[in-house]
Design a protein around this ligand. Structure first.
Ligand SMILES: O=P(O)(O)O[C@H]1[C@H](O)[C@@H](O)[C@H](O)[C@H](O)[C@@H]1O
Ligand SMILES: [Mg+2]
Ligand SMILES: [Mg+2]
Length: 294
């Protein structure tokens, strides 16, 4: 039991959640205000993998704010990793940050953009905050304490039949013809079941919030990153949903692939239809770029 001077683990996690919410709302306002302004756009792993000065400014704001409050914490940020920082998860409290999820939407002024901040402690995802900046919908989840959208409790879908499912996915920023063909093949296989429909909104984090809210039945993707999934893994789990590997095993945060659904039965039916698209892991240190998608 913590002494009177020390805070309990529960109090610490509550403090972490509060700090994450505060900086997420601040970041969301910056993004909302910059949505229709002139942007300086650069590319990363492909001509469709975009980054703007707002992504970088927001990530710096989040990291500086949280590291000032919690100096012993570590950070995995999408744009810091793009600038060469390592994407390695240790036992230390680690914030896993996507400053703008939906940057391509942001560049085009499409109002489907989010900030995503997850926290891992001893390699366990403990809390997640995702803010849909234009809708002003704040999704939060803390392990063992439920998931909420603007304070309303979230409950994932109970649908177990793939032929009655509405599914979300993302094609990502890969433009290699073979990989694109494989991504479309997976969509075709699901439509042949036939699933009710497949939708693409351009933000994996918001896709996963829809799974947590129960207004779609499942999401899957090959090619997303740990910062797209970290916060959502807590929110989906706390809403009664499930996030697993595309091969059916437990979620592997660094694997660049995921199936999320309201029920395990739904997730397994999707796993059965999917053919793998191999991407280099987020935490990969070898040079495998010749054989894997980036
Ligand atoms: O780069 P941001 O942070 O916008 O993340 C998106 C990826 O770029 C897409 O490839 C991916 O398909 C998802 O849409 C993901 O949300
Ligand atoms: Mg992202
Ligand atoms: Mg991003």
């Amino acid at each position: 039991m913590a002494g009177s001077g020390e805070r309990s683990r529960d109090e610490l996690l509550e403090e972490y959640l509060k700090a994450a919410v505060q900086v997420t709302l601040e970041a969301g306002q910056i993004i909302r205000e910059a949505l229709t302004s002139e942007k300086r756009v650069q590319t990363k792993s492909s001509a469709a993998d975009l980054v703007t000065e707002t992504d970088q400014l927001v990530e710096n704001l989040i990291i500086s704010t949280l590291s000032n409050k919690f100096p012993s914490h570590r950070f995995i940020g999408e744009e810091s990793v793009a600038a060469g920082e390592k994407c390695i998860l240790t036992d230390d409290p680690t914030w896993i940050i996507d400053p703008i999820d939906g940057t391509c939407n942001f560049v085009h002024g499409t109002p489907v953009v989010a900030v995503s901040i997850g926290l891992s402690v001893k390699k366990e995802l403990e809390l997640g905050v995702i803010y849909s900046c234009v809708e002003e919908k704040l999704y939060t989840g803390r392990k063992g304490h439920g998931a909420f959208c603007n304070g309303q409790k979230l409950q994932a879908s109970t649908q177990t039949d793939l032929s009655k499912a509405l599914i979300l996915t993302e094609l990502g920023s890969i433009r290699d013809p073979v990989a694109v063909k494989m991504l479309f093949n997976n969509m075709e296989r699901l439509l042949k079941v036939p699933a009710h429909g497949i939708r693409i909104v351009g933000s994996a984090a918001l896709d996963l919030c829809h799974v947590a809210a129960g207004d779609v039945d499942a999401f899957y993707q090959f090619g997303l990153h740990c910062w797209d999934m970290a916060a959502a893994a807590v929110i989906v789990g706390e809403a009664g949903g499930i996030m697993i590997d595309t091969a059916g095993g437990p979620l592997d945060l660094m694997s660049r692939r995921v199936v999320a659904a309201g029920t395990l039965e739904m997730a397994y039916q999707i796993v059965k239809e999917l053919q793998p698209v191999a991407y280099e892991r987020d935490d990969s240190t070898e040079d495998t770029s010749h054989s894997l998608c980036k």
